[in-house]
Design a protein. Structure first.
Length: 267
C-alpha cells in the first residue's frame, strides 16, 4: 500500500492565509503532495477559490478596515468587485486568529481564480494534486450546484489526472461523473453515527471513486468496507499527530490537514 497523500487543507490554513496563492505556493515549495481548496462562482460566472458563502469578516479587509457582518455573498459580487478585498491576514482580535496562532500573514492577497491555482500547481516539480471542493448546499447564500460543477469541470478538464473533486453536496459530484466519467470524485461526509454501510453503499452506487469522511469516521472497519466497495478513502481535517499516525497506519489514500508540516514530519 502506497504512502498517504499529504493534502494541505485550504493550502495549509494553519500556516498561510487560507485559499490564497501564497498558501498554494508554499505547499508546492514545501513538497506536499497537494492541496484542498473550495470553489464558488462569482456573479459573472468566474470560478473563484473561497470557503465561506459570504466574505469572512475575520480574514477580510477593504480599504484597510476589517469587514463587519453581514458581508456580501460571493455569488452576488463580480470577480472584479472581489478583487477589492484583502484576504492576507486574520483580524488579531478574532477567534479565527486565536485558533490559527502560527498563521503567517501575506499582505495584499486577493481571492484567486481556480484557473490561477491550476497554473501555479503546474509549476510543481512533481505531481501536485488538487482536491477541489464544490462549495454548494441548500443554503440561500449558495450558488447553483450544477452551474458550479459545469464551470469547475471546464477549468479542470486539462488537469483531470491530478484532480479529485470532493464535496458535501453530491448533486454537483454526480453531475461531474455524468459529464466526465474519467473524473475522480470522492464523496464527502460530515461526522456520522451508527452503521455507515448503507451510506457507503449509496456512495458506491453513485459511481464515486472514493469516500472523504470526517477523520473520526475513518475506522478500520469502515475503511475496510469502503475498500470492499472499490472506494479509495481520504480523511479531513486531521491536525493532531496521534490522529495522523493512526490514519497513516490504516494506509489511507489521502490525509487532509491544516498542518501538512506536521504530517510531513511523521511520514
Amino acid at each position: 500500500m502506497g504512502k498517504s497523500l499529504n493534502i494541505a487543507h485550504r493550502g495549509g490554513a494553519a500556516l498561510r492565509p487560507e485559499n490564497t496563492l501564497t498558501a498554494f505556493s508554499a505547499a508546492i515549495a514545501r513538497g506536499y503532495d497537494g492541496a484542498e481548496l473550495d470553489v464558488q462562482l462569482s456573479a459573472d460566472g468566474v470560478v473563484v477559490v473561497h470557503h465561506d458563502y459570504r466574505l469572512n469578516p475575520a480574514i477580510t479587509r477593504h480599504a484597510g478596515g476589517w469587514l463587519t457582518s453581514p458581508t456580501p455573498a460571493i455569488k452576488d459580487l463580480s470577480y472584479a468587485a472581489l478583487q477589492a478585498f484583502d484576504v492576507g491576514r486574520a483580524d488579531p482580535d478574532s477567534e479565527y486568529a486565536r485558533a490559527h496562532p502560527k498563521l503567517a500573514a501575506a499582505e495584499g492577497e486577493r481571492i484567486p481564480t481556480l484557473e490561477a491555482v491550476v497554473a501555479r500547481a503546474r509549476e510543481a516539480r512533481s505531481p501536485f494534486f488538487l482536491f477541489v471542493e464544490l462549495k454548494s448546499s441548500d443554503d440561500p447564500d449558495s450558488g447553483d450546484p450544477i452551474s458550479l460543477a459545469d464551470e469547475t469541470l471546464a477549468v479542470m478538464e486539462s488537469y483531470l489526472d491530478r484532480t479529485i473533486f470532493v464535496g458535501f453536496d453530491w448533486r454537483g459530484l454526480t453531475h461531474i461523473k455524468q459529464m466526465a466519467p474519467r473524473a475522480h470524485c470522492w464523496f464527502t461526509t460530515d461526522r456520522l453515527e451508527g452503521d455507515l454501510r448503507p451510506i457507503l453503499g449509496n456512495i458506491a452506487d453513485n459511481k464515486a471513486n472514493g469516500w472523504f469522511p470526517d477523520y473520526r469516521n475513518a475506522t478500520p472497519e469502515d475503511v475496510a468496507y469502503a475498500r470492499e466497495l472499490g472506494l479509495k478513502v481520504g480523511a479531513w481535517t486531521v491536525n493532531q499527530p496521534a490522529d495522523m499516525k493512526r490514519l497513516i497506519a490504516l494506509g489511507l489514500n489521502a490525509i487532509c490537514t491544516d498542518r501538512p508540516d506536521l504530517l510531513q514530519s511523521l511520514e
